[in-house]
Design a protein around this ligand. Structure first.
Ligand SMILES: *[C@@H]1O[C@H](CO)[C@@H](O)[C@H](O)[C@H]1NC(C)=O
Length: 217
């Protein structure tokens, strides 16, 4: 019995510490990112002296302004993360406005550090994410104004405007620095390029197909 209690206690201690280790809570009210500070690396950005913090460090203006969707995919992200609001440093949250031209897309991508919850403000979107191997199940839905949808952390997801006019969405993300890996850009547009041999074999197509896709990035 005593052994079982010990086991249970050990198990609980381990699982609890894993949860804490995933994203520690801030140990101070805030840590406004100080871009001018020394090169010392921390998990986040170094803090500005808190006595110097002002409202401007916690402020962003311009989310009412549509992004310019005149680009090959017809979608534009306006990020509001620690790069735009230094006061978000260490706080584990950020926003993004996304504008979509008719038929515009946000191509398949992942956020390595954040779960995302997207709200449609205007128009209709086809959204989806794919579960990891081996299932690779597509979980997708058409959303209308006022609908919200979740993209779990790290999973490949996309959005497409399926309405007749422009569409707008607002996303909240569970990191001040969610990161973005756009799959096509990373795989076909890396610098230097991944060898055509690797890509041709991986995608099981002719090298000429790889060359023509690489040329677009
Ligand atoms: C939108 O982007 C396109 C392509 O870069 C550019 O030609 C155009 O001037 C931009 N429009 C506005 C309103 O900034």
């Amino acid at each position: 019995m005593a052994n079982q209690i010990l086991l249970l206690t050990t198990f609980l201690a381990m699982t609890c510490s894993l949860v804490v280790a995933f994203e520690p809570s801030p140990l101070q009210d805030f840590c406004v990112a100080d871009a001018t500070s020394s090169a010392t690396r921390v998990n986040g950005l170094p803090c500005l002296d808190s006595k110097l913090a002002t409202a401007e460090h916690f402020f962003f203006s311009g989310l009412h302004i549509p992004g310019n969707t005149s680009n090959p995919v017809g979608g534009k992200v306006t990020p509001v993360n620690v790069a735009q609001i230094p006061g978000l440093n260490t706080l584990g949250i950020s926003l993004a406005r996304i504008d979509y031209a008719p038929m515009g897309v946000i191509p398949p991508h992942t956020h390595p550090r954040a779960t995302e919850i997207l709200t449609v403000l205007e128009g209709s979107l086809d959204v989806g994410f794919v579960t990891s191997n081996p299932d690779n199940k597509l979980i997708s839905k058409v959303l209308n104004k006022g609908d919200a949808f979740v993209f779990p952390v790290g999973l490949i997801h996309y959005q497409k405007n399926v309405g007749t006019g422009m569409a707008v969405s607002l996303s909240s993300l569970s990191s001040q620095n969610p990161g973005v890996n756009t799959i096509a850009n990373a795989v076909f547009g890396s610098n230097p390029p991944i060898s055509e041999d690797v890509l041709a074999k991986s995608f099981q197509v002719d090298k000429s197909v790889i060359t023509s896709i690489q040329a677009k990035f």
